[in-house]
Design a protein around this ligand. Structure first.
Ligand SMILES: C[S@@+](CC[C@H](N)C(=O)[O-])C[C@H]1O[C@@H](n2cnc3c(N)ncnc32)[C@H](O)[C@@H]1O
Length: 442
């Protein structure tokens, strides 16, 4: 075990040590920052402004910081509530970070994180409000896709925080009623690695045993409903269509998320008939559908997605919009941009620069980017800017990645025109942002 350097009073905190701290600001990742004798602690289960007894759970890399849980609150925040889930708390399920915080304060904490990431990594000072998704009052019973972990005996549960241990959560309070009704936790699942429970909005719920290598014995397609309304310079638009997605494929897990994100993206871009649009990291074509409807038959949409099965689904989902072209490729490959190297060691694994795909146009009017948690990266963002789109919408599930890519876009001559953030993962520290950028010389 790595000892952390002792504080001025000579004591050394180690795993299991307890200390009283004043809890400081929220930090990215579901914890707050506190200090003890000059040492930094990332404290879970606390709220800024509280005084709490914390127990050290882990020594951070190189002993530079400590992770800790608040095990006793000595001075409570007025925003502290009793966690609705009995499986939440120190040493318990790691799925939720904020069960002990009143939902409005959960959103203001997430807003502080987004604002801080943009300030620190992009040098921008932006007012941020995290909006509740319409109809979501208490932050419970929203999660339409849950992957249950299994213990050695095949009993389902959810993982302990930063651990492979399985906590026998019998009723996850953020799981949608359709997931609960599948009663995955009433059975044992010998031989499986995990069990996925999915309750799609437009077809029947399914429970899938996931095999050792991630394969699924019977991985059916499900139907999800894309509904969105937005207003822009050209009026109010409503989109409603059912889309096919693999049961284990990507679809937003909050039933209100797609409407919120598509609505904000399309309102921000104000797409005109006849324009050319790119949907990057397109999945089964959610944004491509909205863009395709907006540009109409005189326009063009190119939707780039790496997952071959998702692209097949996008082709079916968008077959009635023949001016939308789904392309099966990694976005970086499609732009001829070198893939990010692992480890970044000089001289090793020189990044391969693929040939640019002829299917990707060399100019565009608008671009939607909806990358995975790691973000698009500087190479892709520069390639997007080279298309000289009048507007770019960046849909982000990680505020740090958004802030890094924002910095690149600003360096390339774009300004952040609007930012909306949505609480599509209540009770957890996660937040989804829609940032719209415009060319400064437009
Ligand atoms: C956050 S999801 C968004 C999907 C879609 N826009 C939606 O809203 O349903 C990110 C998508 O990017 C895809 N993806 C991940 N890395 C990629 C890459 N390098 N190039 C292209 N697609 C990628 C994933 O398969 C996934 O479908």
């Amino acid at each position: 075990m790595t000892d952390v350097p002792a504080g001025p009073d000579g004591d050394a905190l180690d795993v299991g040590s307890e200390v009283v701290v004043d809890v400081g600001p929220v930090a990215h990742g579901g914890h707050c920052v506190a200090r003890s004798d000059g040492r930094v602690l990332f404290v879970r289960h606390a709220i800024p402004g509280e005084r709490a007894l914390v127990r050290v759970t882990e020594i951070g890399s190189g002993g530079r910081f400590l992770r800790a849980d608040a095990v006793e609150v000595l001075e409570a925040s007025p925003d502290r509530v009793t966690a609705p889930c009995p499986w939440s708390g120190p040493g318990m399920c790691g799925g939720c970070d904020l069960q002990h915080v009143a939902p409005p304060r959960q959103r203001s904490l997430k807003a502080e994180v987004v604002r801080e990431q943009l300030r620190r990594l992009a040098g921008l000072d932006v007012a941020v409000e995290v909006e509740a998704v319409p109809g979501d009052d208490d932050g419970l019973r929203w999660r339409t896709r849950v992957e249950y972990a299994l213990d050695d005996a095949g009993r389902p549960g959810l993982r302990r925080h930063r651990s492979h241990d399985v906590v026998p959560v019998d009723d996850c309070r953020i799981a949608a009623p359709g997931v609960r009704d599948l009663a995955v936790t009433d059975a044992t699942w010998p031989g499986a690695r995990a069990v996925d429970a999915v309750t799609p909005s437009a077809s029947d719920p399914v429970a899938l045993a996931v095999g050792e290598r991630g394969s699924v014995e019977d991985d059916p397609d499900v139907r999800e409903r894309l509904e969105a309304t937005w207003s822009d310079d050209h009026g109010t638009h409503t989109l409603a269509r059912d889309m096919t997605v693999a049961a284990r494929g990507f679809w937003q897990v909050h039933p209100g998320a797609v409407a919120a994100l598509v609505g904000a993206t399309m309102a921000g871009l104000a797409v005109r008939p006849g324009e050319r649009a790119l949907d990057l990291y397109a999945g089964v074509g959610v944004f491509a559908a909205a863009l395709g409807e907006a540009v109409g038959p005189g326009g063009q949409v190119v939707a780039v997605e790496a997952d071959a099965r998702a692209v097949e689904h996008a082709r079916d989902n968008l077959a009635d919009l023949p001016w939308v072209l789904p392309v099966a490729a990694r976005v970086d490959d499609a732009f001829g941009v070198a893939r990010p190297t692992k480890g970044g060691r000089r001289g090793r694994g020189r990044p391969r620069r693929p040939a640019r795909s002829p299917l990707v146009p060399t100019s565009a009017d608008v671009v939607v980017l909806d990358p995975p948690r790691t973000g698009a990266g500087a190479g892709v963002v520069r390639a997007v800017a080279d298309l000289r789109p009048r507007a770019v919408a960046y849909v982000a599930c990680d505020p740090a990645a958004l802030a890094r890519d924002t910095r690149t876009l600003v360096e390339q001559g774009y300004r952040l025109a609007s930012l909306r953030a949505f609480d599509v993962f209540p009770m957890t520290h996660h937040v989804e942002c829609v940032a719209v950028f415009e060319r400064t010389d437009a």
